[in-house]
Design a protein around this ligand. Sequence first.
Ligand code: BTN
Length: 261
Amino acid sequence: MVEDYDPCEVEVDTEYIGHEIKCFDEVDSTNNVAKRMAEDGATEGTVVIAKTQSRGRGRRGKPWISPQGGIWMSIILRPEVHPSRAPLLTLVAGVAVARTLRDECGLDVGIKWPNDILIGDKKVCGILTEAHARFNTLEYVVVGVGIDTNVDISHFPDDLREGATSIKNELKRDIKSSELIARFLRNFEETYNSFKDGKMDEILTEWRKLSKTIGRRVEIRKQLGEIVHGDAVGINSEGALILELDDGTLRKVISGECIHR
Ligand code: BTN
């Protein structure tokens, strides 16, 4: 039986992240709900959590399977930074998830650029960051986090099953979702405060240590169908991946799907 946790019973010990939590049994997508709430003036740190999502969204327009047992949540942020800084919040959240799974579950996690949290070479968590700017001013950002916690991967469609895992699959037991969420919100507040305090370089240093992409041969599938091959040699201060191409030149990749070869 899948753990029936109540997202409203998460006991947060943060300064502001998660002080307002809106919880639901089912929504279309917590990112959609959070965006509507942000439009209506929800304060920074408001969190939306649902037990299931009927139309969970992944990056690049892909659906995100969200059965009961997983953690599906979105955080509303209003950082006073240039809109070009918003994608860095994916890395900020990735470091917070990795710290949480390592410290709470003792798992050896890594990050595949830009936003997949891996155990071994299998994905356990994805992050979808959506920003809304007006006249070059960032109005709000929604950071959506999906963690396959007490999820039975054998129910996933064939094409997803191979590359996915869950915490339950790894630990062979259920974990307490509400405690994991509380710990994540604390870790996220810490990394997000560093971001706002201009200490992104510290987060990037931690991200590089967690990276499973740097040092690998990769294929990047860009939005318009272009495919780039190269050796991943680092990420820069904007969070862009730096590739060394076969002719020895360096190329900066800002976005795209990354496949480890
Ligand atoms: C990805 O790796 O493609 C990103 C997946 C993000 C999934 C989360 S689940 C909570 C939030 N609501 C959504 O619809 N998507 C994000």
